[in-house]
Design a protein around this ligand. Structure first.
Ligand code: RP5
Length: 166
């Protein structure tokens, strides 16, 4: 199976990346994690993207906050699918990173998940790799079924919960 490359702009993004790693581990997807910044280490970020296909990566997840150009800068240097995670910063609640990540110019797409959406980034990466992996399709279907069962279990108990709380 191809690897997922996970790149974050700073170690302050680690809590978001941990959610993505947890998701990939659930599906037993191989991954590699790096701290490369579009602004502080632009050469390393570029080199990672340029060499990603040759190095066995099938998807790249890039997480950054504030002026979050990392996902776009990586996407500019590879045609491997890039998933961007905008990370919430201290001033604009993640709106700055969301717009910086999602508003890519035509020709260089970044599949942007929700602000701090590490778990969905892992799921989307798994879904991309599952296009050519029947075993991964089965695992994804099983997770969907498990998640739905958990919601329906809550549905069965909701009236009792409301009655107890009111
Ligand atoms: C971005 O700036 C990083 O991705 C991080 O979300 C944000 C703040 O970085 P630090 O100043 O905490 O290193 O490049």
């Amino acid at each position: 199976m191809k690897k997922v490359g996970i790149v974050m702009g700073s170690d302050s993004d680690l809590p978001i990346i941990e959610k993505a790693v947890k998701g990939l581990k659930e599906f037993e997807i191989p991954y590699e994690v790096h701290i490369y910044s579009a602004h502080r280490t632009p050469i390393e970020a570029r080199d990672f993207a340029v060499n990603a296909r040759a190095n066995g990566f099938g998807v790249i997840i890039a997480a950054a906050g504030m002026a979050a150009h990392l996902a776009g800068a990586i996407a500019a240097n590879t045609t491997i699918p890039v998933i961007g995670i905008p990370c919430k910063g201290p001033v604009f609640d993640g709106m700055d990173a969301l717009l910086s990540t999602v508003q890519m110019p035509t020709g260089i797409p970044v599949a942007t998940v929700a602000v701090n959406g590490g778990a969905n980034a892992a799921l989307l990466a798994a879904q991309i790799l599952a296009v050519e992996d029947a075993g991964l399709v089965q695992k994804l279907d099983a997770k969907r079924a498990k998640d739905a069962a958990a919601v329906l279990e809550k549905d069965r108990g909701v009236e009792q919960r409301i009655n107890e709380a009111t």
